[in-house]
Design a protein around this ligand. Structure first.
Ligand code: C2E
Ligand code: CA
Ligand code: CA
Length: 504
């Protein structure tokens, strides 16, 4: 029932009523007073009748709308399910697996990661055909799945590879016991009709955070352990530092990092930060970039190495100087203040490095201290080496502003936020990106913004990747937004161009 049809029916009904009833009244009565009285009654009857009709029509319209909405909702749920489910085994797929891993790493929750790879699977595919291969995979997925409880997640990583995430399980003994049980699955043959087929697998296991502090590093460690078990086949291996490729990788990275610093290879990129309501750029976050022959090495990878090798202090000082110089220059050219957000590692606080570096940079670049925002994570409070409270007060006394980075990830950010002089709160991208799918994430973002407002702290949502996220954040009245949907981190020249500063 369209609105137009409702209007037409209503119009026809009203016209018919007015014309016919008037005719009838004049036909039957000739006394003026009587006619008037009947006309009044007629008017009331008309109002009553039309109300009843409108009520029923609106009700029909409403139920049609509800039906349509439910169909759309179901469709959306199906689509989402499809995107995260493996078609063959009905298990969570690689995408879902990575999502789960990132979540656990973000929340700093210990877990073990098993990388399972079937032995000689190519032979099965080549000699018995892909269809049989698919049957084997599905059957093994089913048998492995039967071993999992609610804190253990089986994922089809692709091809003949599976991942198992064991939440909260990091001690060698229970992990080995479970791995042994999983290997038992391969002791039984897979039945292809009446024909038994023996399939074995190798497994490598790494644990977070001991064997890798990021998803990438952990996968590499689990893969290395798998590589070792492949030498023998049909067995599992726990990752050990002596599987020293990872160690030598770190060592190698440390060496290259030293050299890169001498050669001045590091670059500072800028990711613009926007006012979501006006769309204008208010400033940028400075992000370190290390170019290599195979593209950029991720800061998530080299910052931990720089921290443990003690290089972060000079690297941090370099970023601070360059970012302040660039931002100050830009603000001058544009004749409007731009903020510059700089990540500070807890290690930079040791021995008061940050204070000396900051004082020097502020005086030498002439940047207004209030335009400098230092982004600090919960790590600064967990670090036993420094007295964080005093340090933060001292920084604020120097005129700069503080931002609590990755808010929502840690356990105690909330209490730190209340007790310390933070001017900004940066909502972690995990929650920003989860907002569309998860009501909890949406609630968390909403609550963070409300709480920040109550504490007179400005909010920044980072990692905005879609129009929907931006729209939601606008509605929630977030103060600033940053993310790939708006602009990726970029070299200074591109940032200048985006701001409308051109060079000959
Ligand atoms: P962070 O402080 O949380 O920085 C934000 C990260 O999110 C950056 O990654 C940025 O490129 C990325 N990002 C921004 N928007 C989006 C988005 O829409 N989607 C996704 N998926 N990602 C987005 P990046 O540059 O790889 O840096 C990683 C981390 O390395 C930073 O996380 C920060 O903790 C650290 N880092 C980077 N530069 C520095 C630095 O100069 N000093 C220190 N101490 N740490 C740094
Ligand atoms: Ca940051
Ligand atoms: Ca962050």
């Amino acid at each position: 029932m369209t609105p137009l049809r409702i209007a037409v029916i209503f119009l026809a009904f009203s016209l018919a009523w007015i014309l016919l009833s008037d005719e009838l009244v004049f036909l039957l009565l000739d006394d003026r007073v009587q006619i008037q009285r009947v006309q009044t009654i007629k008017g009331w009857a008309f109002v009553l009748l039309t109300s009843v009709i409108i009520y029923f029509l609106a009700k029909r319209l409403q139920s049609a709308l509800v039906r349509e909405l439910n169909t759309k909702k179901r469709h959306l749920v199906q689509l989402r399910r499809k995107a995260y489910t493996d078609y063959l085994t009905d298990l969570p797929n690689r995408r879902m697996g990575l999502r789960k891993l990132r979540q656990l790493v973000h929340q700093q929750r210990p877990f073990s990661l098993c990388f399972i790879d079937l032995d000689n699977f190519k032979q099965i595919n080549d000699s018995l055909g892909h269809e049989t291969g698919d049957k084997v995979i599905a059957s093994i997925a089913h048998n492995l799945g039967a071993q999992m409880d609610s804190s253990q997640h089986l994922i089809r990583h692709g091809g003949d590879e599976f991942l198992v995430i064991l939440e909260g399980m990091v001690d060698a003994e229970p992990v080995s016991a479970l791995a042994g049980r999983l290997m038992q699955v391969f002791a039984l043959p897979v039945m292809l009709g009446e024909v038994p087929l023996r399939v074995t697998a190798s497994m490598g296991i790494a644990q977070f955070p001991r064997d890798g502090v990021s998803v990438g590093m952990l996968m590499r460690s689990a893969h290395l352990a798998l590589h070792h078990s492949k030498k023998y086949k049909n067995c599992f291996k726990l990752y050990q530092d002596t599987m020293s490729q990872a160690v030598s990788y770190r060592f190698d990275l440390d060496q290259r990092l030293r050299q890169a610093m001498v050669d001045d290879e590091f670059q500072v990129f800028y990711q613009p930060i926007f006012d979501p309501h006006t769309g204008s750029i208010t400033g940028a976050e400075a992000l370190l970039r290390w170019p290599s022959a195979n593209g950029f090495i991720s800061p998530a990878e080299f910052i931990p190495v720089a921290e443990s090798g003690g290089h972060i202090r000079s690297l941090g000082a370099m970023v601070l100087r360059r970012a302040c110089e660039d931002s100050c220059q830009l603000s001058k050219t544009l004749a409007r203040p731009l903020t510059i957000s700089i990540n500070v590692s807890p290690m930079q606080f040791v021995d008061g490095h940050i204070f000396r570096d900051l004082a020097l940079v502020l005086s030498e670049t002439g940047i207004a201290p209030s335009q400098v925002i230092l982004e600090i994570t919960e790590g600064v409070f967990l670090n036993q080496v420094i007295e964080a409270s005093e340090a933060l007060v001292q920084l604020v006394a120097m005129g700069v502003q503080l931002s609590m980075d990755d808010f929502g990830q840690g356990y105690s950010s909330l209490s730190y936020l209340r007790k310390h002089p933070f001017a900004y709160l940066k909502i972690d991208q995990l929650f920003v990106q989860g907002m569309e799918d998860s009501d909890q994430d949406l609630a968390l973002v909403e609550a963070s913004i409300a709480m920040a407002k109550a504490l007179n702290i400005k909010t920044v949502a980072e990692g905005v990747e879609t129009q929907v996220q931006l729209q939601l954040l606008r509605q929630l009245k977030v103060d600033f937004v940053q993310g790939f949907y708006l602009a990726k981190p970029m070299p200074l020249a591109d940032y200048q161009a985006l701001l409308g500063v051109h060079h000959d």
